[in-house]
Design a protein around this ligand. Structure first.
Ligand code: G3F
Length: 537
């Protein structure tokens, strides 16, 4: 068996793993990063939507996303497949689905997060994410075990790392029309929480302002992405087990399987960071026999209300008469005299936001997103369609959880996850009120796109599972302390949405990166790190 030595092993190469890697390397530590997925771009973890074709036609990106999402728990089907050749293995029972069919017989379909998925790729979900990066509401969402002042600093740093901006779509005609129509409708909202531009991890390209550069993991890694003596990344390497030392207070080494060569590498490090996603991180702990009481519990996921509308005629016609857009529209009509719409073909899509506020425990996005359930029929002009997504809060409860099997395995040969998830009556009531508000917004903007009328999407679809390795001040009800270190283990740190301990509504990535920064600063400044630098060992 090959043995590799490093300062810090980072398991998982998504935006959070990359945050750890960059911060640690910048403080002089050596980092080895492993990911079970393949590297899909020349620089590790580039956002795949940066390709011209997807910016030109967002709909095409939906199948890219779909192709990269692996469902975590598929219940076995009760439907009998009887219409088959009788000579095939079709006798009673012989073609029944089983665990070998990537299905999970332990999953109760009514308590599942049926759309919950993992992304096996260098860059993780960062290869395709929407980039929506709002801060948590200071009272309704934010974890109060970290001070407001520290949160502000961490959020600022996370925003710089992810290159967050709320201004990149400012010159979009539809951005103005949609924002203003919603402001008229929701005039009661308090200052700072009114309808506004959605913060996004993206910057408009200086060399080609028709395109934006979406932040990927390569952006977070910065110089590390081009090769750095203190950083190495092993794609298609699956960490299967963290092995404890004899007295059970430290990780002694990690077992990593080189999936390509089918051989095991032993990695010996001073510190270990697991940032493999809110389900796969607790899965690795479970596989390693590290099973604190709160592991996998207090799971939250955003219920999501969704619809698409075709913009109101009056709203669209406003573009023709509004002085602010005169130049853009005139240029467009000269170029395309046959076009009935006063919206330039390259008008950027709207990215509008209604933040969580007191009395409104939900987060709203009015955008044009590439997720597959929102495909636009090809005969409807895409410029007229906007998506409405409302994400609700679910209170963390210990009974909502993901468990891991000791007998069945998933696609990677790791313990099969099973969800046990249900909404409390209070949670359910909130979602009903949220749906009513989304319909109010939809009516102010347009008419429903046939086939995309208001509905709740399959649980798990937002890909915002949190709480499964939560932060806290009590080892009974949390897995990590406020520096993201696993209770009782000196050198194991966790990162990712699973660490977020509170009920939230908005997209989690920015907050997870902020929490990772806190942990990485702690690690970089730890006694051990200082000692190593002092002695040059
Ligand atoms: C989520 O993962 C993103 O955070 C949203 F921004 C996005 O609109 C949604 O998925 C689409 O389902």
């Amino acid at each position: 068996m090959i043995t590799r030595y490093t300062d810090t092993l980072v398991v998982g190469s998504g935006p959070v793993g990359a945050t750890f890697a960059r911060t640690l390397v910048e403080s002089g530590r050596e980092v080895l990063m492993v990911d079970a997925g393949a590297q899909l771009s020349p620089r590790p973890g580039e956002h795949l939507k940066n390709a011209y074709i997807y910016q030109h036609n967002t709909n095409l990106f939906a199948s890219i996303i779909r192709g990269h999402l692996h469902l975590l728990s598929v219940p076995t089907s009760a439907r009998a497949e009887l219409a088959v050749d009788p000579a095939a293995m079709a006798e009673l029972g012989s073609n029944r689905s089983s665990a070998r069919n990537a299905e999970n017989p332990d999953q109760d379909p009514y308590r599942n997060l049926s759309a919950a998925a993992a992304c096996y790729a260098v860059g993780g979900m960062g290869t395709h994410w929407t980039g929506a990066t709002p801060r948590h509401h200071p009272v309704l969402e934010r974890y109060d075990g970290i001070s407001d002042q520290e949160w502000d600093g961490l959020y600022g740093e996370a925003e710089r790392l992810l290159r967050v901006s709320a201004r990149e779509f400012d010159f979009s005609i539809r951005q103005h029309l949609v924002t203003e129509a919603l402001r008229r409708e929701f005039s009661e909202l308090p200052d700072g929480y009114q309808v506004q531009s959605l913060p996004l991890a993206a910057r408009r390209r200086r060399d080609n302002p028709r395109m934006v550069h979406w932040t990927g993991v390569d952006t977070v890694l910065g110089d590390l992405a081009d090769g750095h003596p203190l950083f190495s990344l092993l794609p298609q390497h699956l960490c299967t087990r963290l092995v404890l030392d004899r007295d059970g207070t430290r990780i002694a080494y990690a077992e990593v399987r080189d999936l390509n060569r089918s051989e095991t590498v032993r990695v010996v490090a001073d510190n270990y960071v697991v940032a493999a996603g809110a389900v796969l991180a607790p899965q690795l702990l479970h596989a390693s026999g590290i099973r604190p009481a709160a592991l996998g519990r207090y799971l939250t996921e955003h219920p999501m209300a969704f619809c698409q509308v075709i913009l109101l005629k009056d709203l669209v016609e406003q573009a023709r008469t509004d002085q602010r857009f005169g130049g853009q529209v005139a240029r467009h009509t000269t170029l395309f005299p046959d076009d009935d719409l006063p919206i330039p073909v390259d008008d950027p899509e709207p990215n509008v936001w209604i933040p969580v506020s007191e009395g409104r425990p939900w987060h709203a996005q009015i955008t044009r997103d590439a997720f597959h359930y929102g495909d636009v029929p090809p005969h409807v002009d895409g410029r007229l369609i906007v998506d409405l997504r409302w994400f609700g809060i679910v209170e963390p409860r210990p009974d909502n959880r993901v468990t891991f099997s000791d007998t069945r395995t998933d696609v990677m040969g790791m313990p099969q996850p099973t969800f046990e998830y249900a909404l409390s009556p209070q949670d359910a009531e909130r979602q009903h009120a949220m749906m009513a508000e989304m319909m109010r917004a939809a009516t102010a903007l347009g008419g429903f796109l046939p086939g995309s009328e208001p509905r709740f999407t399959a649980p798990g679809l937002p890909l915002h599972i949190a709480g499964t390795i939560r932060m806290g001040d009590d080892p009974q009800s949390s897995v990590v302390d406020t520096d993201s270190r696993v209770w009782g283990l000196e050198n194991l740190y966790l990162g990712g949405n699973g660490v977020i301990p509170t009920g939230t509504a908005c997209n989690p990535t920015l907050t997870s990166v902020a929490m990772a920064l806190k942990a990485a600063h702690h690690l970089a400044g730890s006694r051990e790190a200082r000692e190593r630098r002092r002695t040059g060992a």
